[in-house]
Ligand binder design. Structure first.
Ligand code: SAM
Length: 448
């Protein structure tokens, strides 16, 4: 009798042909691990000598590296807390290489949690333009938000909305859209070999139907001439080439873009690459399409901060005063106060109503009986030189560990809210008084 594992093997032979023997041999090997450097915080040149583990350049992304040494406990390392890098399976970074994000662009990452590809996009945007990251599953959207804060992304929106609703609201708005679709996850099998037994053709087919529907929504959100990148972490023909072929059949306003197959293994489509362990990654498929220019619908969206009441005006003035005390160089951007929470909105922002927005821009802080309490994210989104008071720490300073564990620590300098920077990257803040720093590192992030 044929079982799911045999069926899966037949599927791999169909895709990889003569290379499938080597592929199956590699299935028992150690999975690849990697990091992508966050240029919002640090350059690779500065980061690499600081890392406590060995790395090697990956071929899939300009700022991507394999972890080649022992990286046990990497998530608790101060450089990780500081947002210097995102731990990412190396081939997963390839989709953003195809997207080729550039400063100033407006980009939608439609299936974004936990946020690896959004972090890469934000790093490529260098703080200019907009990264809109959507995750339909609410609790996963919270993880995405926490990664936004850690990586210091200020020009972003995090939402939790059904793709069809979001993309209809923002029809024609984005320069580029990434659909990193939910899939049958064959590229995860080396990490979790037992999952092979749960593989089924029915699941592959139901994934492909869902993927096609998400892509159909994504097509709407893209402006004419815009770029759509589709990716999965599975090998299956139906979920990859099959979905793209069916999408192109249904959307004659899209065409394929030829992609550089140095990134992976050639597929039967010139617009797509596949990466397997044979090419040095756990498994990814990525395809690049372009929406033709037909001179059709080109909507303009502008965010309008609704006219403010006198009370709201007073609240904004309080926030501005407090920001002037915290920053040497006060962040530009519209300040919006809602339900006593103050936000610094991104420069590029459409009307966000009805889009399930959880965060637009930077949460600056909260007004509590007209007293302003700054938020962690106000600090992590900016470089140390922007602040009036900074406690500069290095990796070997005992205070780095004390701060990340939530303890009070020594600080010289003037009294007041003080940014805490580790190796030049703002990681959080505290309140300095009489030479001691009261710790404001969020409890949920502390190294316990
Ligand atoms: N891009 C992410 C990253 O790099 O960290 C990984 C995304 S993961 C492959 C796919 C995501 O799609 C999951 O977070 C999942 O919750 C979400 N998802 C599940 N069903 C969905 C649906 N029907 N529409 C949109 N997204 C969905």
């Amino acid at each position: 009798m044929i079982n799911s594992s045999d069926e899966y093997k037949a599927e791999i032979v169909r895709i990889l042909g003569g290379d499938s023997t080597r592929f199956f041999e590699m299935m028992n090997g150690e999975p690849y691990r990697g990091i992508s450097v966050n240029r919002l915080k640090i350059s690779p040149e500065r980061l690499l000598p600081l890392l406590p583990f060995a790395v090697e350049k990956s071929p899939f992304y300009a700022d991507g590296y394999y972890i080649t040494g022992d990286a046990e406990g990497i998530g608790r390392h101060p450089l990780h807390h500081a947002g210097a890098f995102y731990v990412q399976e190396p081939s997963a970074s390839s989709a953003v290489s195809l997207l080729d994000a550039a400063p100033g662009e407006k980009i939608l990452d439609l299936c974004a949690a936990p946020g690896g590809k959004s972090a890469q996009i934000a790093s490529c945007l260098r703080g200019s333009g907009l990264i809109w990251s959507n995750e339909v599953v609410k609790n996963r959207a919270q993880i995405l938000l926490s990664n936004f804060e850690r990586m210091g992304i200020g020009n972003g929106v995090v939402s939790s909305c059904y793709p069809e609703v979001l993309c209809a609201r923002l029809e024609g708005y984005f320069d580029k859209v990434l659909v990193d679709a939910p899939c049958s996850g064959e590229g995860m099998f080396r990490k979790d070999p037992a999952a092979v037994d749960e593989w089924s053709r029915e699941h592959v087919i139901s994934c492909s139907e869902r993927q096609l529907s998400i892509l159909g929504s994504a097509a709407k959100a893209l402006k004419e001439g815009g770029i759509l990148v589709y990716s999965t972490c599975t090998f299956s023909y139906e979920e990859n080439e099959g979905v793209i072929a069916e999408f192109l059949k249904r959307h004659d306003d899209f065409e394929m873009c030829e992609v550089n197959d140095d990134l992976g293994r050639r597929t039967e489509l010139p617009c797509a690459v596949r990466i397997t362990p044979l090419e040095g990654g756990e498994g990814h498929f990525a395809a690049k399409l372009k929406k033709r220019c037909t001179g059709g619908y080109a909507p303009a969206y502008t965010y309008n901060e609704a006219s403010r009441s006198a009370k709201a005006d007073a609240a904004v003035r309080t926030v501005e005063r407090e920001l002037a005390d915290i920053f040497k160089d006060v962040p530009k951007g519209v300040i919006s106060v809602r339900n006593d929470k103050a936000f610094i909105l991104p420069d590029e922002l459409p009307d966000v109503s009805g889009c399930g927005v959880i965060r637009a821009g930077i949460l600056a802080g909260e007004l509590k009986r007209n007293r302003f309490e700054p938020a962690h994210s106000l600090f992590t989104a900016f470089a140390p030189e922007r602040f009036r008071r900074v406690l500069e720490l290095t990796l070997d300073d005992r205070r780095t560990g004390e701060y990340l564990r939530g303890f009070e620590t020594d600080c010289g300098g003037a009294a007041g809210y003080t940014a805490v920077a580790v190796e030049g990257m703002v990681t959080g803040f505290g309140k300095c008084s009489s030479g001691r720093l009261k710790n404001k590192y969020p409890k949920g992030l502390r190294n316990l």
